[in-house]
Write a protein that binds this ligand. Structure first.
Ligand code: M6R
Length: 361
């Protein structure tokens, strides 16, 4: 039942405020400015013993993991990174007993992720799951984990599950941080930020008409560049994947800092750029990148916390805490991908050549 929406993608994009609310419900502990994660199976001593975090997933779940790794580094100051599970399992990885591994998956059935989990378990590693489907294979094979609570996601193209995964990583990073050096005040600041998310998501979705118009404006592009820096880079990668999957427009994602090392050669009026420009300590650096693009007559659509002069268009999103901004900045670009695909008459819920879960090699 699509409840009045024309596609599941549209419905699921609009379910995000409720989904995030569900991910937070019953988990926040105001007394100690931390969160309780029921099935984690990792006590304070275990949490303190973690020296590294390695996050594994595929596609959108990998991108959620990239944001998660940054959150863990920022809030818990534990070295963390994400890698495609599909690569990890084939490169005979060094498995380290002091590393905490996290397998991320909407379906909990993605074969590449499951195979990576099994290989890790065989080598004695501790593996947690960050999974949406309760009781799925990955949920069962991991030592514990965090349910994403996005609810059922039908569209092949993941939207609400991505957002909830990043929220779940935020909760986990806060939890790890509070077993270490994250102060009560910072814990409280993050909790307040998390609580603001559902209303801020509604605010972004209320701007749908502007995004629909912008999609029409850029739909003639043969190819698009997506850029971001540090927190914004995985957001750019995910937005680029969304556009590719659902509209079949070619898109590339690059760190804004890498533009001058090559991809700047591609910039011309027919290659528009979508830039993620948060109001954080890198704002001036990001503005400089916009200037470089403008100087090559590139069209720019910015997603930012305030109007960007150098951009041709800006989608303004509400500001949260710096660490949590990536949760919100991709949401307008889900709608951008949706409206672009719709204008092109694409099969939005079932893009060609793709399946909802890839349970084979
Ligand atoms: O079910 P999973 O999260 O393990 O699926 C992983 C990817 O196959 C999935 O995210 C894919 O990239 C989606 N089509 C993205 O929209």
């Amino acid at each position: 039942d699509m409840g009045g929406h024309d596609t599941y993608m549209h419905k699921e994009i609009h379910e995000q405020a409720d989904a995030v609310d569900r991910a937070l419900r019953g988990r926040i502990d105001d007394r100690f400015s931390t969160v309780h994660l029921g099935g984690l199976n990792l006590d304070a001593r275990d949490a303190r013993a973690v020296r590294r975090v390695k996050i594994l997933g595929c596609g959108t779940s990998y991108h959620a993991g990239q944001i998660g790794a940054q959150m863990i580094e920022e809030l818990a100051r534990i070295p963390a990174d994400a890698e495609p599970a599909s690569e990890f399992r084939y490169r005979n990885p060094v498995v380290d007993p002091d590393t905490l591994y996290i397998a991320v998956s909407q379906s909990g059935e993605t074969y590449d992720v499951l195979a990576a989990v099994q290989e890790l378990k065989r080598k004695g590693a501790r593996v947690l799951g960050l999974v949406n489907v309760v009781g799925s294979a990955i949920a069962r094979e991991t030592d514990g984990g965090i349910y994403v609570h996005a609810g059922p996601e039908v569209c092949v193209v993941s939207t609400k599950c991505f957002t909830n995964m990043v929220v779940a990583f935020g909760l986990f990073a806060l939890h790890l941080g509070r077993t270490r050096d994250l102060s009560v005040a910072d814990g409280k600041r993050i909790i307040e930020g998390l609580r603001k998310l559902p209303a801020q998501i509604e605010e972004i979705l209320a701007n749908e008409a502007q995004i629909e118009k912008l999609a029409a404006e850029y739909a003639d592009a043969k190819s698009m560049m997506f850029i971001g820096r540090v927190r914004g880079y995985p957001v750019a990668r995910e937005a680029s994947l969304k556009l590719k999957e659902v509209s079949y427009i070619h898109a590339e994602a690059y760190p804004a800092s890498e533009l001058k090392h090559g991809p700047l050669a591609l910039i011309e009026p027919a290659m528009p750029t979508v830039a993620i420009v948060p109001d954080d300590d890198l704002l001036e650096k990001n503005r400089a990148a916009l200037e470089e693009i403008k100087a090559r007559s590139g069209r720019i659509l910015a997603v930012a916390h305030r109007e960007q002069e150098k951009a041709d268009h800006t989608i303004v999103v509400p500001k949260n805490e710096d660490e949590l901004d990536p949760i919100l900045m991709g949401i307008p670009l889900q709608l951008f991908a949706y409206y672009t695909a719709k204008a092109m008459g694409r099969d939005i819920d079932k893009p060609r050549n793709l399946a909802k879960s890839v349970t084979v090699e």
